[in-house]
Design a protein around this ligand. Structure first.
Ligand code: P53
Length: 475
């Protein structure tokens, strides 16, 4: 009973939130570099405010991140100390192809990730690689309009060929796009889309979604051709939507809200557009350009597993006037009166994870992977500089219990669990450092000041024990 032998415990990060070194060793500029911290961040990541160059008024936290670029050996060593079986990380596209449309890759960029993978292997840590975690070379945005342009499919295929070939034998688990449904909520961050005055935003978003979905299927095909051992997953920001009440209008609204996200995964798992979306897109005149060849590629190249992030459940109400929506998340959601909320206004709902796991498994019946789950909180060191993050331990313990119930009692197939994030890093939504998730503290503040020193928090030892006991000893 309990978790299966070989269950992949670990942690997850993203290149743009930890690496820094934005202009080192030939790396090109990417959208993520240009997302400033502060009040304009939301306008930039949603594609409403154009930020194609750095300016002096803003602070850009991704430029230095937590300087993982220079600390990766030390950081992976700490992950190994916690007993990680897997490390989920992402590749920065513009390190490999600085502009995105070149024929030949940047050797320095390829070397950097090769060294990381070798470092992981040294400790028997399996890398799980997200090919794109919100990043897109600026050159592709400026000259092609980002993912709205189907030419990106070919550039992405080129990237995939290069990395699958180069890292054959070093990497087996791949995720094509991080939180693919984020296109709908933060199109600049999710797909390099910046809107011009008067454009049909919905139409552009669905065209970009289609292009990414085809690119994802193409990547799956190439991965399997290059190495039949490769396992490729899709990935979405999950969290089931509850109806606010038993009013059928609310129930219907909740179902529709979930379909906005399932739309992507239905295509990636079943290989074709679901009828509900075809009808709706047609009705609203939002159907993307879909070629007969696209349909074949989608059909033939479905994913091996479904990965997702889970931070919270959501709540839908038909009459939105009635209920104040919860703030602090890119997903619009009614406030659920039965749940406690984090300092950033995100609901805390461990049972929601069991519900979500069951819903996804009922729908797709293929292995799942929880690739993000965690609590963003302010950590205050005590007089000795130690961080007793019992709130984080509590959050994770309850979620691991719920996950255990889903595996043990409900029989869902789950490959592994990686927390977001094992080490403090820049927040995607807010650009802050003080929204911390790690077992490892990084001495750095919201203005980029600090020594970058790494320190273990209380949760470090706790998670080590969780992994050592394969999820039996939760403290
Ligand atoms: P942060 C919300 C907003 C932005 C990105 O989020 C998000 C979400 C969650 O639904 O997605 C993931 O840093 C993402 C990570 C991110 C993490 O959530 O805003 O894949 O890059 O850091 C946590 O607290």
């Amino acid at each position: 009973m309990g978790f299966p032998k070989g269950f992949l415990w670990g942690g997850a990060t993203a290149a743009n939130q930890c690496e820094g070194g934005f202009d080192i060793d030939g790396r090109g500029l990417a959208n993520v570099d240009l997302c400033p911290a502060g009040k304009d961040r939301n306008a930039v990541i949603t594609g409403e405010m154009k930020m194609f160059e750095f300016d002096d008024e803003h602070f850009y936290p991704a430029k230095r991140g937590i300087d993982f670029y220079h600390h990766y050996k030390e950081d992976i060593k700490l992950f190994a100390e916690m007993g990680f079986k897997v490390y989920r990380m992402s590749i920065a596209w513009s390190r490999i192809f600085p502009k995105g449309d070149e024929e030949t890759p940047n050797e320095k960029g390829l070397e950097f990730y090769e060294n990381i993978f070798k470092e992981c292997r040294k400790y028997n840590i399996e890398p799980l690689v997200t090919i794109t975690h919100f990043d897109c070379p600026m050159h592709l945005i400026k000259n092609y309009g980002g993912w709205r342009n189907r030419k990106l499919i070919d550039f992405y295929k080129n990237l995939c060929k290069v990395i699958f070939t180069r890292y054959k034998g070093l990497v087996k688990y791949w995720i094509t796009f991080n939180e693919i449904n984020m296109i709908l909520h933060a199109p600049f961050m999710g797909a390099g889309i910046c809107f011009e005055e008067g454009e049909n935003k919905e139409k552009i978003k669905y065209q970009a979604a289609h292009n990414e979905l085809v690119a994802s299927a193409e990547a799956t095909k190439i991965a399997h051709e290059i190495d039949p051992e490769n396992k490729v997953g899709c990935m979405f920001a999950a969290g089931s939507t509850y109806p606010y009440s038993c009013n059928p209008e609310d129930v219907w609204k909740a179902l529709q809200t979930d379909r906005e996200s399932y739309f992507f995964i239905d295509i990636q798992v079943f290989g074709k557009y679901p009828n509900y979306s075809l009808k709706e897109l047609e009705r609203k005149n939002l159907l993307p350009d879909i070629t007969p060849e696209d349909l074949k590629v989608l059909k033939k190249n479905t994913v091996d597993f479904v990965a997702f992030s889970y931070y919270n459940s959501r709540c839908a109400v038909a009459d939105s006037e009635k209920i104040k929506t919860a703030e602090g998340n890119l997903f619009v959601s009614a406030k659920n009166p039965y749940l406690a909320y984090s300092e950033w206004g995100w609901p805390i709902d461990p049972l929601g994870l069991r519900i979500t796991l069951n819903e996804i498994y009922d729908r797709y019946r293929i292995p799942m992977f929880i690739v993000e789950n965690g609590l963003g909180a302010v950590d205050t060191p005590d007089e000795n500089g130690f961080i007793k993050d019992d709130y984080r331990i509590d959050y994770l313990r309850e979620h691991i219990k719920a996950m255990k119930d889903a595996v043990e009692l409900d029989g869902v197939e789950l490959m592994g669990y990686t927390t977001w994030a094992p080490i403090d890093l820049v927040s995607a939504g807010s650009g802050q450092m003080k929204k911390r998730y790690g077992f490892i503290y990084v001495d750095l503040d919201d203005e980029g000041k600090g020594t970058f020193e790494r320190r273990k928090k209380k949760s470090f030892e706790w998670y080590r024990e969780v992994i050592a006991s394969n999820g039996e000893n939760l403290g």
